[in-house]
Design a protein around this ligand. Structure first.
Ligand code: PGA
Length: 249
């Protein structure tokens, strides 16, 4: 009942030409696969050209971040409506790399989610604990703080435009995936927390993606877990073959 989402986060990789070439390679490999929503997130400068390249396919476009103001004297920022204008239907918000290196906080995540949804985008909201937090049994507390802060004052209606991505920081780019059971445990916790915050029907409908070293050979086990509704893929999304293998799990 929850349609799976497989999203590729290309991070700071690929020129415009390389990005366009990647989707050209990807499209024929996933063309028959309508049972999952497929999303790619190139760098800002490639968005518009990749948008043209995916037209007519069912691949959708995301940006990796946004600002929360519509316009103004905010040098260097990109507003949600401009991302929409460039062809995006999704935006990744609060990725751990943004939290770690660029001062992203639950407050800025919250502002960005609201602005993104107001502009007609879907938000892929990332949460996840560090290794130290996991080892000191803080995982659930950290996730709860991130979600309560990030999702503060989000209307019930807006929730239908939100996807959660659980990405344990220790699993990102490390080749160390959470086990199916570790991921499922946190996904179930997230769904229960959302049920407490906004009610069971919304919690039952919200899609929760797992991210952190997802590869063609571990996606299947993750996807058989009851509360895992898809994947946010970094490294393995940079090659058409491996990303298609994940999308076609
Ligand atoms: P990874 O990255 O698949 O390379 O671990 C995931 C992410 O950061 O979204």
């Amino acid at each position: 009942m929850r349609k799976p989402v497989i999203a590729g986060n290309w991070k700071l990789y690929k020129t415009i030409a390389e990005s366009v070439a990647l989707v050209h390679e990807l499209i024929p490999l996933v063309v028959g696969n309508q049972r999952v929503d497929i999303v790619v997130a190139p760098v800002f400068t490639a968005l518009s050209r990749v948008s043209d390249a995916v037209e007519g396919s069912h691949i959708m476009l995301a940006s990796q971040d946004c600002y929360w103001e519509e316009e103004g004297a905010f040098t260097g920022e990109v507003a949600p409506k401009l991302l929409k204008d460039a062809g995006c239907s999704y935006v990744i918000i609060g990725h751990s790399e943004r939290r770690q290196y660029f001062g992203e906080s639950d407050l800025t995540v919250n502002k960005k989610i609201k602005a993104a949804i107001a502009a007609g985008l879907r938000a892929i909201v990332c949460v996840g604990e560090s290794l130290a937090e996991r080892e000191s049994d803080q995982t659930f507390a950290v996730i709860e703080t991130q979600l309560k802060g990030g999702l503060a004052d989000i209307s019930e209606e807006a929730f239908s435009h939100i996807i959660i991505a659980y990405e344990p920081v220790w699993a990102i780019g490390t080749g160390k995936t959470a086990t199916d059971a570790q991921a499922q445990e946190v996904h179930a916790f997230i769904r229960q927390l959302i049920a407490r915050l906004v009610g069971q029907p919304i919690a039952d409908a919200v899609r929760i993606l797992y991210g952190g070293s997802v590869k063609p050979d571990n996606v299947k086990g993750l996807m058989t877990q009851p509360d895992i509704d898809g994947a946010l893929v970094g490294g393995a999304s940079l090659k058409a073959e491996s990303f298609a293998a994940i999308a076609n799990f």
